[in-house]
Design a binder for this molecule. Structure first.
Ligand code: NAD
Length: 445
């Protein structure tokens, strides 16, 4: 199969590299010349474990190439995947489809057919119909089918997720297009990854329903964690206690500072907008969005309260001028992606309260500097903690799971640790001399 991937970001590059690894002939296109230059020189424009090796192997085998020239890449392709960004539109939260439609117009000019055009980007219900209308209008004579094939990979584990997906969803009613998609994914089908064929609109909706459900699960356990703190219960035990029930499942029941990242925040908003447009409001998702939004700043206030050691306003005022070391900035470990990371709102809340923030992240500091120029970036956790009044774990990178707590404490001038990912057993942190707080866990009385 000859595959063209339009957009070589987190999804396009991983998908393109994996398809080439299946044996297909893949061209990854991006209009950002610096990304293509980097890729041609063997440098990855993003951090994703295993990607550099996968790309190098398939480039060497002659199955994977990169270009900024969409026209030549699309001509003669059996399948053209659209994997461009679909961020939130300013103002109303609807998915901004500018990149998708611009790419479609460029594809329409270049496509020779017969071909399938596949939306891998997360797009609202009905987008496939619009993509098809553009193609028909510009090139009525060419045989092209439009297919929806949403992507479910997780950053940080993207290659494994792509190669061993829980399911592959393909939305089309066209038999020829189904055949092409089946051929593309055949290696996974042989591995027994189920392929679910649906209508195009259903497939588009599956992606949003999945993300909204996962965001709901996280938000649910976060609120239960708050209740645990109020009643003296332990949220990790509650998670285990409910997660072992197969109807509920263990995943996505880790209480924390609220979800972030490049998908959940924008996809939940876009789903709400679709619900509104079709007069089918999604009240549960509405509540999830609100609760999660307010949670991030609430986490900043939790740090301030811990620093004050007291709940009264005067004590909180005395935290002005203190220094907090933030460990972990990306929205989750093993990525450099800073889009909508909870750290941004937490740090903003601390800075608004007159607190000085310094930070460390193993892979995200370059991206973080672009969104948060006003913080002091340090070389490692101990360097960040040196002379600080408090340390806050925001992202559970492995490197923060095995800190020498005594050394960390000794480097600080204060003794507060706020662990927003429940990485440490409270007794361990307390034994190292910390005044320790975490999420939804209070010491047994
Ligand atoms: P990204 O911003 O990392 O990558 C998009 C790329 O497309 C950019 O490099 C951009 O330069 C390029 N681009 C835009 N218009 C183009 C055009 N006309 N021609 C060529 N290149 C063009 O975005 P991403 O994180 O890879 O997300 C892409 C889509 O996949 C989104 O719809 C997202 O919701 C969805 N998705 C993302 C993830 C994830 O974990 N990141 C997971 C599942 C689905």
């Amino acid at each position: 199969m000859r595959i063209t991937m339009i957009g070589s970001g987190y999804v396009g590059l991983v998908s393109g590299a994996c398809f080439s690894d299946f044996g297909h002939d893949v061209v990854c296109v991006d209009k950002d010349a610096s990304k293509i230059e980097a890729l041609e020189a063997g440098r990855m424009p993003i951090y994703e474990p295993g990607l550099e090796q996968l790309v190098a192997t398939n480039v060497a085998a002659g199955r994977l190439t990169f270009t900024t020239d969409l026209k030549s890449a699309v001509a003669g392709a059996d399948a053209v995947f659209i994997a461009v960004g679909t961020p939130s539109r300013r103002g109303d939260g609807h998915a901004d489809l500018t990149y998708v439609f611009d790419a479609t117009r460029e594809i329409a000019e270049a496509v020779t057919g017969p071909a399938v055009v596949v939306t891998k980007s997360t797009v609202p219900v009905g987008t496939g119909d619009k993509v098809e209308a553009i193609l028909r209008e510009v090139r009525p004579e060419v045989d092209v089918q439009v297919v929806s094939n949403p992507e479910f990979l997780r950053e940080g584990a993207a290659i494994g997720d792509f190669k061993r997906p829980d399911r592959i969803v393909i939305g089309t009613d066209n038999e020829r297009a189904r055949g092409v998609m089946r051929a593309i994914y055949r290696p996974l089908y042989l591995n027994e990854s189920p392929i679910l064929f649906t209508g195009r609109r259903t497939s588009e909706l599956i992606k949003y329903a999945a993300n909204a459900f996962l965001a709901t699960k996280i938000t649910f356990i976060n609120e239960i964690a708050d209740l645990c703190e109020a009643v003296g219960a332990n949220v990790q035990d509650v998670s285990r206690g409910i997660g072992l029930d197969n109807r509920i499942g263990k995943k996505f029941l880790h209480a924390g500072p609220g979800y972030g990242g490049s998908c959940f925040p924008k996809d939940t908003l876009a789903l709400l907008k679709t619900g509104e447009d079709y007069e089918a409001p999604l009240r549960i998702v509405e509540a999830v969005v609100q609760v999660n939004d307010s949670r991030k700043r609430a986490m900043g206030r939790k740090v301030i309260r811990a620093l004050a050691g007291d709940t009264n306003a005067a004590a909180r005022e005395e935290t002005r001028g203190k220094t907090v070391a933030v460990l972990g900035l990306t929205f989750k470990p093993n990525t450099d992606d800073m889009r909508d990371a909870p750290s941004i709102a937490i740090i903003q809340t601390l800075q608004d309260a007159g607190i000085t923030v310094r930070a460390h992240d193993p892979e995200g500091m370059e991206a973080a500097r672009r969104v948060m120029p006003g913080i002091d970036y340090r070389t490692d956790a101990y360097d960040a903690a040196a002379g600080a009044d408090a340390v806050v774990i925001v992202t559970e990178w492995d490197t923060y799971r095995a800190l020498d707590l005594k050394r960390l404490k000794a480097a600080m001038s204060g003794d507060v640790m706020v662990d927003l990912r429940n990485v440490y057993p409270p007794a361990d942190a307390e034994a190292a001399g910390f005044r320790y707080s975490s999420i939804g866990r209070v010491a047994p009385k």
